[in-house]
Design a protein around this ligand. Structure first.
Ligand SMILES: Nc1ncnc2c1ncn2[C@@H]1O[C@H](COP(=O)(O)OP(=O)(O)OP(=O)(O)O)[C@@H](O)[C@H]1O
Ligand SMILES: [Mg+2]
Length: 239
């Protein structure tokens, strides 16, 4: 098991944003987290990545208790992430954006520049590596952000709504890329609203509602769970 949480809780004042959430993620899985807006998905991911320290509960990364570790330490141990709102460094080139990941992560590269080029190819970044990120559209920024996260040498990648904002035509290639990342030896936890992505990609899924986990299981189990259908899937465009 690469990641395990036990009873994680995070409050904002009187609001319990994440309530007693326990998940277990196996190495090599694509593990989805779904739920309505405001369900606590991003906050939960932030508790895993070290952006927040949970007020209750534990986070184990490869059996090591990493609860409360800051993000840079998590990154050094082999965990990386992307953001719900894509965050490139706008004034830096595509090449340098990715190189930042290689500089701060856990990867030990013989030749960093070669690795950056390899990763830009791997994510099928379509433009010259010398163009600055301010010129990129959403899908280009998403590919760039994935390359930057991978440049850290991570073994666990946390994705927050990575498919949001993509056109239906862009989705299949992107799903293939996420699977290629997993096949390269990186376990993935992804928050997602796009059901085509969730059902096409995920091995297992956890469902959060009002901060609490109401179910987890295979995509099929989740789709057929009446509680999940009532709380979430009923109101979601599954096409
Ligand atoms: N920094 C914060 N301060 C106060 N409240 C917050 C903060 N971050 C999140 N919240 C609240 O915590 C709850 C969970 O928010 P969160 O962003 O984790 O939900 P989410 O499931 O990611 O939603 P979405 O699908 O819209 O991204 C919401 O009620 C939100 O308003
Ligand atoms: Mg969110």
């Amino acid at each position: 098991m690469i990641l395990r949480t036990e009873g994680v809780e995070k409050r904002f004042g009187g609001l319990v944003a994440v309530k007693d959430v326990s998940i277990s993620v196996n190495e090599g899985e694509i593990f989805g987290i779904i739920g309505p807006n405001g369900a606590g998905k991003t906050t939960f991911l932030n508790c895993i990545s070290g952006y927040y320290s949970p007020e209750k509960g534990r986070v184990f990364f490869w059996d090591r208790d990493v609860t409360g570790y800051p993000s840079y330490k998590m990154c050094g141990l082999g965990m990386s992430r992307t953001f719900q709102i894509v965050r490139g460094f706008p004034k830096m080139t595509a090449f340098d954006n990715v190189k930042v990941g290689a500089t701060f992560g856990s990867g030990k590269y013989h030749n960093v520049n070669d690795r950056v080029k390899e990763l830009l190819d791997f994510v099928e970044f379509p433009l010259s590596p010398d163009i600055t990120a301010e010129n990129f559209n959403t899908i280009q920024l998403k590919r760039l952000e994935l390359a930057r996260a991978l440049a850290t040498g991570c073994k666990l990648l946390l994705l927050d709504e990575v498919a949001a904002g993509l056109t239906p035509g862009e989705l299949p290639d992107f799903i293939a890329l996420i699977k290629r990342i997993r096949d390269s030896g990186v376990t993935i936890i992804c928050i997602e609203h796009v059901m085509k992505f969730i059902l096409g990609c995920c091995d297992r899924i956890a469902v959060l509602v009002f901060g609490a986990k109401i179910a987890d299981g295979t995509p099929e189990e989740i789709q057929n769970n009446p509680q999940v259908v009532e709380a979430y899937l009923g109101e979601t465009n599954v096409h």
